[in-house]
Design a protein around this ligand. Sequence first.
Ligand SMILES: [Zn+2]
Ligand SMILES: [Zn+2]
Length: 177
Amino acid sequence: MEREGIQGGTVSVLSINISKLSEGTHHHSLKATPEEVGLDSRFTKELQIEATLQKTSRQLYMRVEIKTGGVFTCDRCLEEFEQDISSGYGVMFVSDQDAVEGDGEEVQVISTDSTHVDLAEDVRQFVILGLPQKMLCREECAGLCPTCGSNLNLGKCDCRHDETDARWSELQKILKN
Ligand SMILES: [Zn+2]
Ligand SMILES: [Zn+2]
Protein backbone atom coordinates (compact mmCIF):
# COMPACT_ATOMS: atom_id res chain seq x y z
CA MET A 1 0.00 0.00 0.00
CA GLU A 2 1.47 3.31 -1.07
CA ARG A 3 1.12 5.99 1.54
CA GLU A 4 1.84 9.65 1.71
CA GLY A 5 4.55 10.29 4.30
CA ILE A 6 4.41 14.02 3.94
CA GLN A 7 1.45 16.32 4.12
CA GLY A 8 1.86 19.07 1.58
CA GLY A 9 1.84 22.51 3.12
CA THR A 10 0.20 21.93 6.49
CA VAL A 11 2.51 21.18 9.40
CA SER A 12 0.86 19.32 12.28
CA VAL A 13 1.96 19.26 15.91
CA LEU A 14 3.68 15.95 15.19
CA SER A 15 5.83 17.19 12.37
CA ILE A 16 9.59 16.71 12.54
CA ASN A 17 11.93 18.85 10.53
CA ILE A 18 14.30 16.63 8.57
CA SER A 19 15.91 19.28 6.41
CA LYS A 20 19.61 19.73 7.04
CA LEU A 21 19.52 16.71 9.38
CA SER A 22 23.10 15.67 10.07
CA GLU A 23 24.15 12.05 9.88
CA GLY A 24 23.80 10.24 13.19
CA THR A 25 21.10 9.77 15.84
CA HIS A 26 18.57 12.44 16.79
CA HIS A 27 15.95 12.31 19.55
CA HIS A 28 12.66 14.18 19.60
CA SER A 29 10.13 14.28 22.43
CA LEU A 30 6.69 15.32 21.26
CA LYS A 31 3.28 15.74 22.83
CA ALA A 32 -0.18 15.79 21.30
CA THR A 33 -3.73 15.54 22.49
CA PRO A 34 -5.78 12.54 21.32
CA GLU A 35 -7.92 14.94 19.24
CA GLU A 36 -4.89 16.34 17.47
CA VAL A 37 -4.02 12.95 15.99
CA GLY A 38 -7.64 11.99 15.36
CA LEU A 39 -8.10 9.43 18.15
CA ASP A 40 -11.63 8.83 19.38
CA SER A 41 -13.05 10.04 22.70
CA ARG A 42 -12.06 6.85 24.58
CA PHE A 43 -8.54 8.27 24.69
CA THR A 44 -8.18 10.81 27.46
CA LYS A 45 -4.45 11.08 28.18
CA GLU A 46 -2.07 13.35 26.34
CA LEU A 47 0.17 11.36 24.00
CA GLN A 48 3.84 11.21 24.90
CA ILE A 49 5.86 10.46 21.79
CA GLU A 50 9.56 9.65 21.64
CA ALA A 51 10.98 9.64 18.13
CA THR A 52 14.53 8.51 17.40
CA LEU A 53 15.88 9.27 13.96
CA GLN A 54 18.93 7.60 12.54
CA LYS A 55 20.28 9.28 9.48
CA THR A 56 22.81 7.79 7.13
CA SER A 57 23.96 9.11 3.79
CA ARG A 58 21.25 7.17 1.92
CA GLN A 59 18.49 6.48 4.41
CA LEU A 60 16.57 7.88 7.32
CA TYR A 61 15.21 5.43 9.88
CA MET A 62 12.78 6.51 12.56
CA ARG A 63 11.67 4.57 15.64
CA VAL A 64 8.62 5.96 17.45
CA GLU A 65 7.41 5.02 20.95
CA ILE A 66 3.98 6.23 22.06
CA LYS A 67 2.34 6.35 25.48
CA THR A 68 -1.24 7.38 26.12
CA GLY A 69 -4.28 6.10 27.97
CA GLY A 70 -7.99 6.25 28.14
CA VAL A 71 -11.26 5.02 29.53
CA PHE A 72 -12.45 1.80 27.94
CA THR A 73 -15.45 -0.50 28.30
CA CYS A 74 -14.70 -4.01 29.54
CA ASP A 75 -15.72 -6.60 26.95
CA ARG A 76 -16.85 -8.98 29.69
CA CYS A 77 -18.57 -6.95 32.42
CA LEU A 78 -19.28 -3.77 30.39
CA GLU A 79 -17.92 -1.57 33.19
CA GLU A 80 -15.68 1.35 32.26
CA PHE A 81 -12.06 1.26 33.35
CA GLU A 82 -8.91 3.31 32.86
CA GLN A 83 -5.96 1.81 31.05
CA ASP A 84 -2.57 3.04 29.89
CA ILE A 85 -1.71 2.19 26.30
CA SER A 86 1.74 2.00 24.81
CA SER A 87 2.67 1.31 21.23
CA GLY A 88 5.50 1.85 18.82
CA TYR A 89 6.69 1.42 15.27
CA GLY A 90 9.63 1.86 12.99
CA VAL A 91 9.68 3.37 9.55
CA MET A 92 12.37 3.70 6.93
CA PHE A 93 12.24 6.84 4.82
CA VAL A 94 13.85 6.50 1.44
CA SER A 95 13.95 8.67 -1.64
CA ASP A 96 14.17 5.60 -3.86
CA GLN A 97 12.19 2.46 -3.01
CA ASP A 98 14.55 0.26 -5.03
CA ALA A 99 17.42 1.11 -2.68
CA VAL A 100 15.77 -0.73 0.21
CA GLU A 101 16.31 -4.35 1.15
CA GLY A 102 13.07 -5.96 2.32
CA ASP A 103 13.61 -6.36 6.05
CA GLY A 104 10.01 -6.26 7.27
CA GLU A 105 10.09 -2.63 8.32
CA GLU A 106 7.58 -0.20 6.96
CA VAL A 107 9.02 1.86 4.14
CA GLN A 108 7.82 5.29 3.12
CA VAL A 109 9.11 6.98 0.04
CA ILE A 110 9.83 10.68 0.41
CA SER A 111 11.31 13.06 -2.07
CA THR A 112 14.85 14.26 -1.50
CA ASP A 113 13.68 17.84 -0.95
CA SER A 114 11.13 16.96 1.77
CA THR A 115 11.62 19.17 4.78
CA HIS A 116 9.27 17.51 7.28
CA VAL A 117 7.81 14.14 8.20
CA ASP A 118 4.38 14.13 9.81
CA LEU A 119 3.82 11.43 12.41
CA ALA A 120 0.17 12.09 13.21
CA GLU A 121 -1.48 9.49 10.97
CA ASP A 122 0.99 6.71 11.82
CA VAL A 123 0.73 7.51 15.54
CA ARG A 124 -3.07 7.29 15.36
CA GLN A 125 -2.96 3.95 13.54
CA PHE A 126 -0.36 2.35 15.79
CA VAL A 127 -2.15 3.44 18.98
CA ILE A 128 -5.29 1.69 17.68
CA LEU A 129 -3.22 -1.36 16.73
CA GLY A 130 -1.68 -1.32 20.21
CA LEU A 131 -5.03 -1.92 21.88
CA PRO A 132 -5.52 -5.44 23.24
CA GLN A 133 -7.78 -7.75 21.21
CA LYS A 134 -10.03 -8.05 24.22
CA MET A 135 -10.40 -5.03 26.48
CA LEU A 136 -10.75 -6.41 30.01
CA CYS A 137 -10.98 -4.39 33.23
CA ARG A 138 -8.74 -7.08 34.71
CA GLU A 139 -7.45 -10.46 33.54
CA GLU A 140 -9.71 -12.43 35.88
CA CYS A 141 -12.86 -10.36 35.26
CA ALA A 142 -15.80 -12.65 36.03
CA GLY A 143 -18.11 -10.90 33.58
CA LEU A 144 -21.88 -10.81 33.62
CA CYS A 145 -24.24 -13.65 34.49
CA PRO A 146 -25.71 -14.88 31.18
CA THR A 147 -29.02 -15.51 32.94
CA CYS A 148 -29.72 -12.45 35.09
CA GLY A 149 -27.05 -10.04 33.78
CA SER A 150 -25.65 -9.11 37.18
CA ASN A 151 -21.97 -8.22 37.46
CA LEU A 152 -20.29 -11.32 38.92
CA ASN A 153 -17.27 -9.24 40.03
CA LEU A 154 -19.54 -7.73 42.68
CA GLY A 155 -20.73 -11.07 44.04
CA LYS A 156 -22.46 -14.28 43.08
CA CYS A 157 -26.06 -14.15 41.89
CA ASP A 158 -28.68 -16.78 42.64
CA CYS A 159 -28.59 -18.35 39.18
CA ARG A 160 -27.00 -21.74 38.60
CA HIS A 161 -24.01 -21.44 36.24
CA ASP A 162 -21.86 -24.49 36.17
CA GLU A 163 -22.22 -27.32 33.71
CA THR A 164 -22.66 -29.98 36.40
CA ASP A 165 -26.12 -28.55 37.01
CA ALA A 166 -27.03 -28.94 33.34
CA ARG A 167 -25.69 -32.50 33.27
CA TRP A 168 -27.52 -33.30 36.49
CA SER A 169 -30.84 -32.14 35.02
CA GLU A 170 -30.17 -34.28 31.94
CA LEU A 171 -29.56 -37.26 34.21
CA GLN A 172 -32.73 -36.51 36.14
CA LYS A 173 -34.70 -36.53 32.87
CA ILE A 174 -33.24 -39.94 31.96
CA LEU A 175 -33.99 -41.35 35.39
CA LYS A 176 -37.60 -40.17 35.20
CA ASN A 177 -38.21 -42.04 31.93
ZN1 LIG B 1 -14.68 -6.52 33.43
ZN1 LIG C 1 -27.47 -14.64 37.51
